[in-house]
Design a protein around this ligand. Structure first.
Ligand SMILES: NC(=O)c1ccc[n+]([C@@H]2O[C@H](COP(=O)([O-])OP(=O)(O)OC[C@H]3O[C@@H](n4cnc5c(N)ncnc54)[C@H](O)[C@@H]3O)[C@@H](O)[C@H]2O)c1
Length: 337
């Protein structure tokens, strides 16, 4: 088998450090990938005066798959978020964020195993906003929900459930108040669910969902929801398993197009010190290995990460340990079976 070619964006801040660690771990678990390096973010501004150079877009267009470390985004002014641009350019409509308890990672819960499937392109994030008067005394943002967008994200959630042997999909909405936009999402979702009789389907209002996730997270399996609710609930889910530092994510489009990324940022306060925790990017890379049909290597990588985190001696500083990035990576590789 010829290894797939994957675009690799090393990112800013701790990006290059966690990328190097992740590449070493992928090679050790037998992942076979040919990497094509491409620049984005602050590093690309420095080199090419462009946070997302055409060569990077060309590389992703060619390869369809990317592994991306965090990128610095200036707040307020400066350039537009490269992450958002990439999702829109490649129509990566499904944001998939698994949240599973990891023994050894400090958290209030021991029994979380859920996946948030968030619609990534519509809703209030469609970018339709304006001030309604010249004095800017009021503004409005418009949420667009389409039958097309609702259908493909709910279908993605059910297909994901089938592929991963999951049992239940919960459609999350606010259709009691937003009767048209959220009603459309809910009705379309229920219609899609009929084609998957072996998978249980229920629905829940978003505020009740937030409360239930905190009180009884074990009740959830897959949650599928719109962009804004998904944005908030996926961070809530990460909080249930110990925070954004250990959370992986993927952004999936049609025809195999996908981008895998750690959820945390560039951690400028610890960049260059060799102490960053590469867990988020490694678990994202395991999802990438699944995506390219190398599931056994993905499982080995997940097992290695979980075992390394379970042992206090190999945990990094952000999780109360003393190991550095290289020592943690050595432990992942030792434990990957
Ligand atoms: N997906 C992305 O590319 C992404 C996501 C979030 C933030 N950002 C960008 O990152 C920059 C910094 O953002 P921020 O400070 O708000 O959030 P951050 O996630 O970079 O850092 C928050 C805190 O968590 C720690 N931390 C984060 N990841 C860690 C890791 N892997 N190992 C150890 N410690 C870790 C940091 O040291 C810091 O104390 C900003 O430019 C922001 O725009 C990018």
């Amino acid at each position: 088998m010829t290894p797939p070619i994957v675009t690799l964006i090393e990112g800013d801040g701790i990006g290059p450090e966690i990328t190097a660690a992740t590449l070493r771990a992928i090679a050790a678990v037998g992942g076979e990938i040919t990497w094509e390096r491409a620049d984005a973010g602050a590093a690309a501004v420095e080199k090419h005066r462009d946070p997302l150079p055409p060569a990077t877009l060309d590389s992703i267009t060619r390869n369809k798959i990317a592994l991306k470390a965090p990128l610095a985004t200036p707040s307020g002014g400066g350039y537009r978020s490269v992450n958002v641009t990439l999702r829109q350019t490649f129509d990566l409509y499904a944001n998939v964020r698994p949240a599973q308890t990891i023994p050894g990672v400090p958290s209030r819960y021991t029994n979380v195993d859920m996946v948030i499937v968030r619609e990534n392109t519509e809703d209030l994030y469609a970018g339709i906003e304006h001030y309604i008067d010249p004095r800017r005394s009021a503004a409005e943002s418009i949420a667009i929900i389409t039958r097309f967008g609702s259908e493909r994200i709910v279908r993605y959630a059910f297909d994901y459930a089938r592929r991963h042997g999951r049992k239940k999909v919960t459609i999350v909405h606010k259709a009691n108040i937003l009767k048209m936009s959220n009603g459309l999402f809910l009705d379309t979702g229920r219609e899609v669910a009929k084609a998957y009789p072996e998978i249980e389907c229920d629905d829940m209002i978003v505020d009740a969902t937030a409360m239930r996730m905190v009180v009884a997270p074990e009740r959830f399996d897959i949650i599928v929801t719109m962009n804004l609710f998904g944005d908030i609930l996926s961070d809530l889910a990460a909080g249930l398993i110990g925070g954004l530092g250990v959370a992986p994510a993927s952004n999936i489009g049609d025809a195999g197009c996908a981008m895998f990324e750690a959820v945390h940022g560039t951690a400028p306060d610890i960049a260059g010190k060799g102490i960053a925790n590469p867990t988020g990017l490694m678990l994202s890379a395991a999802m990438l290995l699944d995506h390219v049909g190398q599931r056994a290597a993905g499982d080995r990588l997940r097992a290695g990460v979980r075992a390394a985190l379970a042992d206090a001696a190999s945990r990094t500083g952000d999780l109360g340990g003393k190991a550095n990035t290289a020592q943690f990576t050595d432990a992942v590789i030792r434990n990957a079976t």
